[in-house]
Design a protein around this ligand. Sequence first.
Ligand SMILES: *Cc1c(COP(=O)(O)O)cnc(C)c1O
Length: 433
Amino acid sequence: MSISRLSSPVWRPFTQMKDAPPLPRAVRGEGETIILEDGRRIIDMVSSWWVNVHGHAHPDIARAIYEQASRLEHVIFSEFSHEPAELLCEELLRILPASLNHVFFSDNGSTAVEVALKMAYQYWWNIGRPRSRFLAFQGGYHGDTIGAMSMAGKSGFFAPFEDLLLTVDTISYPRLLGEDGDNTAIEELEARSILEIEEQAARHPHQYAAIIIEPLVQGAGGMRICRPEFLGKLSKLASELDILLVYDEVMTGFGRTGDWFACTRSATMPDLICLSKGITGGFLPLAVTCATDRIYDAFLSDDHEMTFYHGHSYTANPIACAAANASIKLMHQGGGAFRAMEESHRRLGARLAAEDRVRNFRVCGTISAFEVASQEPDSYFNKSGAQLKRKFLEAGILVRPLGNTIYFMPPYCTSHETLAFVYDRALDVIRNI
Ligand SMILES: *Cc1c(COP(=O)(O)O)cnc(C)c1O
């Protein structure tokens, strides 16, 4: 009996269930606030795992979902087209770099990455020059399916699966230390990364199908920021070496970096881009992988083997597409709230950045992050994160530290006053642990 009481029917994501306490129940959402069953109001500083854009339960998106669900909830996308998907494609092509012309639908970030890897791999096979290796960056995270896991290198999450993974070589990531850090060496770090790619390409000539990066910000790896200049150098090199460039913008897309996408902010153009998380405003699962003509055209053939044989049951679900269309419309109407937040983070973060225990305070668009000094080395597995999280929650703020890295990634509707409150409480929490 005691075993069945201990044993939870729910197996939670990323959770060691052995000592997992029961979770409080969330019952409502309003703007950036999550309301719990016991009446507590929690400020959502992680945008509910980086998906929420306009705040919780936004009425425009809720209405779009209701209206679409009452008209056509779903239809097989290999047999019929529908207006919400067509509108979404048009809209995406309008806001993405001009060279990304073709939209392939799936339903989460990992599958969007999986699709990009398969497209890149099959591209080379289709043109009769097969390649079987990939390049990725240290500290990267691209999802939890097997191809996507492979791209994370030796991150420590995926040790049991090592034998299953694709062949990937990892490149060091030229990380900016932050506003207060010594960034004089950044050009050297960038040159080193570029050199590593050149060396790998010389070691395995014509073997790399693609190089994948989370442009501007590595998310799960610790909110590590690189310069737009690096993306310029990277895309130039990838094109010289003729290696396809994949931008995993699952997290950075839809305003997160202060522009529509990291590629638009850095004025660089990948061959493939993966989008998910914020695409529906955080309401429903949906993802797309967008490709250039060069890739798309390599799949056009009378030979059936050239076909991209990939699809999911809920491909281009009309309700999810309707939510995405409503969310993108709000982003257009919102007067660039996502552009303004960088300035708020910088201004409000100045005091925090000056604290003794705070290191590498950094900002990119709507994201700010810093390390809190502790006895242990900086790492995802640093244990001080759990304590910090508890203290923040007591102050009514949801954070989800990556080890001893704290980050704030609020919905764009979060006011300057609310952010000011969060930064004030952060000072208290950090001074008192
Ligand atoms: C979250 C994330 C993914 C995986 O997306 P899921 O929807 O969780 O499968 C992939 N890449 C990046 C950069 C992410 O942040």
